[in-house]
Ligand binder design. Structure first.
Ligand SMILES: *[C@@H]1O[C@H](CO)[C@@H](O)[C@H](O)[C@H]1NC(C)=O
Length: 243
C-alpha cells in the first residue's frame, strides 16, 4: 500500500539547539525517569498549537499537510483518496495514557485517546465506494471520534557534532475510532441528491470503509509523526533533550 505525504519544511540555520525552557527536562538517571517523561509529554503537547522554529516544526493545531494520498482498498473503498491543502485538527488534544522513550530498545511509545480528529481538505475522487461509482472534487471533511491509539516508533541513532541524534526508521500503529463521519461536498459535479446519497451510504458503512483502507491510512499517520519527530531530533540532540 502506498501513501504520499508532503509536509512543510522549515529551515533554521543553527546547527543544534537546547531544549526550549517551555518544556520539562528529565534526567535519565532519575529513578522516576519514566514518570517524568510521561509528565513532560503531557505538559508539552498543548504547546504545539504554535510553531517552534527552533525545533524545526510548524504548529500542529491544525497541522497543514499540502497533500495526502490514501491508496485504494480492495473491497469497500476502491478509489484513491487525494486531498490537497489538508488541515488536521485535534492532534494536540490527545489524552495520553502512556508515553515513553526506551533507549535500550530504541523505541518511542505512545498510547492514548484522541477525542476528535478532523481532516479538512480538497478531495478528488474517481472510483468506486461500496460498489457505487463515485466521482467528484471539492471540500471534504472526515471526522474520527474517540480514536484509541497505540503507536511505537523504532529509531536509529546517529552522531552530529559529537552529539547523539535520532531518526525514526519504522513504526507500528493501531488506531481504533469509535465512529467516523464523512462529509464530501460537490460530489458528481454538485448533484445534491446523488451526493447526499453517497455521504449517507458511507456514514452507514464507515467500519467497512475504514477496515479497507486502515493500513494505507496508518502509513500516512506514521509518516506525519515520523516527520515531526525526525524534524525535532535533527536539531535537538538526546544530550540536550535529557540530562
Ligand atoms: C500496543 O501495541 C503493542 C504491539 O504493537 C502491544 O504489545 C500492546 O499490548 C498494545 N497495547 C494495548 C493497550 O493494546
Amino acid at each position: 500500500m502506498k501513501s504520499l505525504l508532503l509536509l512543510p519544511v522549515l529551515f533554521i540555520f543553527s546547527e543544534s539547539v537546547k531544549l526550549p525552557s517551555n518544556f520539562i527536562k528529565c534526567n535519565r538517571k532519575d529513578p522516576d525517569w519514566k514518570k517524568c517523561v510521561f509528565e513532560a509529554a503531557v505538559h508539552a503537547t498543548p504547546q504545539f498549537t504554535r510553531p517552534f522554529k527552533e525545533l524545526n516544526i510548524p504548529s500542529i493545531e491544525p497541522l497543514l499537510v499540502p497533500e495526502v494520498t490514501i491508496s485504494a482498498g480492495s473491497n469497500a473503498f476502491r478509489l484513491t483518496q487525494n486531498y490537497k491543502n489538508c488541515m488536521i485538527y485535534g492532534l494536540t488534544k490527545v489524552e495520553a495514557s502512556a508515553f515513553g522513550f526506551d533507549f535500550d530498545k530504541k523505541t518511542i511509545h505512545l498510547e492514548g485517546i484522541f477525542p476528535e480528529l478532523r481532516l479538512i481538505g480538497t478531495y478528488t475522487f474517481d472510483g468506486k465506494i461500496l460498489l457505487l461509482p463515485v466521482v467528484g472534487e471539492g471540500p471534504g471533511e472526515v471526522t474520527f471520534k474517540n480514536v484509541k491509539s497505540n503507536m511505537t516508533l523504532f529509531y536509529e541513532e546517529y552522531k552530529k557534532k559529537e552529539k547523539t541524534h535520532i531518526k525514526v526508521v519504522s513504526a507500528t500503529l493501531k488506531l481504533t475510532p469509535s465512529l467516523i463521519h464523512f462529509k464530501y461536498e460537490n460530489l458528481f459535479n454538485g448533484d445534491k441528491r446523488l451526493g447526499d446519497n453517497i455521504n449517507q451510504v458511507m456514514n452507514e458503512n464507515w467500519e467497512a470503509l475504514y477496515e479497507d483502507i486502515e493500513e494505507s491510512f496508518n502509513q500516512v499517520v506514521i509518516k506525519i509523526f515520523t516527520s515531526l519527530v525526525n524534524s525535532v531530533f535533527s536539531k535537538l540532540s538526546i544530550e540536550e533533550a535529557f540530562d
